[in-house]
Ligand binder design. Structure first.
Ligand SMILES: Cc1cc2nc3c(=O)[nH]c(=O)nc-3n(C[C@H](O)[C@H](O)[C@H](O)COP(=O)(O)OP(=O)(O)OC[C@H]3O[C@@H](n4cnc5c(N)ncnc54)[C@H](O)[C@@H]3O)c2cc1C
Length: 395
């Protein structure tokens, strides 16, 4: 019979690898299973992160960085451009290197990493789940574990199999399309965000530079808007209009759960992290560092549960997340709901209002202050969010 692992992690994205590294470094046996052939591929991501958030989680390796972002430009439907002061910097990553390296670090800490290993079921046990069924090169096998982690991304099934409520409302599922374009005129230190009904209804379009005249150009629109017209067709229109000479190096589609975190992210001996738990910033759709941060919290709870042989300790993770970043994400969610309702006319007025501010007042806080004068109830959420952290924090 195969050994009983302390932890099995389903999915080797940033959240899975961070958790694998944390738990393996504490001396526990960890098996991380990834369905794809290559970790980090295909890349379905704009790849933007803030320096502060990333540095808090991992030593940043220059090989992960395609470009360093110091400017952040918001483009209104009428073309007015606002450039708020970021008060920090960010990066556009090379996720194929970044994800791969996070898995390598987990493996160096002692985790066993297996690719081409598709988990297609949880195996019921006496108290919770005894393990997972894996389809690999040699057919289906059973791997047993004391704790199972679903880090299986936006299409997560582990949570559902464990009996957790994982559904997302259509309006909260951002449907995305992205192209990596070459031969386009982009400024390497600036990320651009376009807003408006004709560009990206109930969402936004991004241009994130990757150096050498290339960029990730993509958009996310609410599932409600995507029912009427596909994100890809909005993107194709934008690219044809803005970058007619572009070469198209990749085209990908994907979803981002821009909702508050799931109500329960733990069920008996099963834990969810990252996109699987909807731990994405609902305003920006950023989930890389947010999922890694959750994975670190979950990893600490997993270690305590293993040490004390007490799955109840997994609840620490739920409580800590709910109190900290979970609470922030609920506020971000309310802000997103308000901003998504703004018409093009309102967005234009906000841009004009910000441009009327003195340059030193054109901070992200300044932008939101102008935006939220239309919705005073949200001002208190903003004060709480920005009282706790700067907007440089992409969690
Ligand atoms: C178009 C687009 C643009 C984005 N842009 C940004 C951005 O600029 N910045 C940002 O911070 N976030 C961005 N995001 C979100 C970000 O990509 C995710 O939040 C992040 O990847 C989540 O990490 P994760 O580890 O939770 O899941 P993932 O990175 O999705 O990893 C999950 C892994 O699980 C594997 N898996 C799934 N099911 C199984 C199974 N049954 N068995 C074995 N393995 C399985 C998958 O193959 C995958 O490798 C974007 C998302 C999209 C779609």
């Amino acid at each position: 019979m195969s050994p009983v692992w302390d932890v099995i992690i389903v999915g080797a994205g940033p959240a899975g690898s961070t958790l694998a590294r944390t738990v393996a470094a504490a001396g526990y046996s960890v098996l991380m299973l990834e369905k794809d052939r290559d970790i980090g591929m295909p890349v379905r991501c704009g790849e933007a992160v803030s320096d502060t958030s990333l540095r808090e989680l991992v030593d940043v390796d220059p090989r992960w960085i395609a470009s360093t972002i110091r400017r952040f430009r918001l483009i209104a439907p009428d073309g007015n451009m606002v450039e708020p002061d970021l008060g920090g910097h960010g990066y556009v990553l090379e996720r194929r290197i970044f994800d791969y390296d996070l898995a390598r670090l987990a493996s160096e800490a002692g985790a066993v990493v297996r690719t081409k290993s598709y988990v297609d079921a949880l195996v019921p046990g006496e108290d919770g789940f005894a393990g997972v069924r894996v389809k690999g090169n040699n057919g289906a096998t059973i791997e047993r574990a004391r704790i199972i982690v679903g880090a299986d991304g936006v299409e997560s099934r582990v949570g559902r199999w464990a009996g957790l409520r994982t559904e997302t409302r259509l309006r909260d599922m951002e449907c995305c399309a992205q192209m990596t374009l070459s031969n386009i005129p982009v400024e390497d230190d600036a990320c651009d965000f376009y807003f408006g009904q004709s560009v990206a209804p109930m969402g936004y379009l991004w241009v994130f530079p990757k150096g050498r005249n290339t960029a990730n150009v993509g958009l996310g629109i609410s599932g409600m808007a995507a029912k009427k017209r596909s994100p890809l067709s909005y993107l194709q229109d934008f690219v044809a209009r803005t970058y007619p000479q572009a070469g198209i190096l990749t085209t990908v589609a994907g979803g981002v759960p821009c909702a508050a975190t799931l109500e329960s992210v733990v069920s008996r001996n099963v834990v969810l992290v990252g996109d699987a738990a909807h731990q994405v910033n609902p305003v920006s759709g950023g989930g890389i560092t947010s999922g890694m941060r959750a994975a670190r919290l979950a990893g600490e709870a997993v270690i305590a549960a293993l040490r004390e042989n007490s799955p109840q300790r997994l609840g620490d993770y739920q409580r800590q997340w709910d109190k900290g970043y979970g609470a922030k994400h609920r506020m971000y969610y309310r802000i997103k709901e308000a901003v998504h309702g703004y018409s093009d006319e309102t967005l234009n007025r906000i841009a004009a209002g910000v441009l009327a501010l003195k340059p030193e007042k054109r901070t992200i806080w300044g932008v939101f202050r102008v935006a939220l004068t239309r919705n005073p109830a949200l001002i208190w959420d903003m004060v709480r969010v920005f009282g706790l952290t700067s907007f440089d924090d992409d969690a």
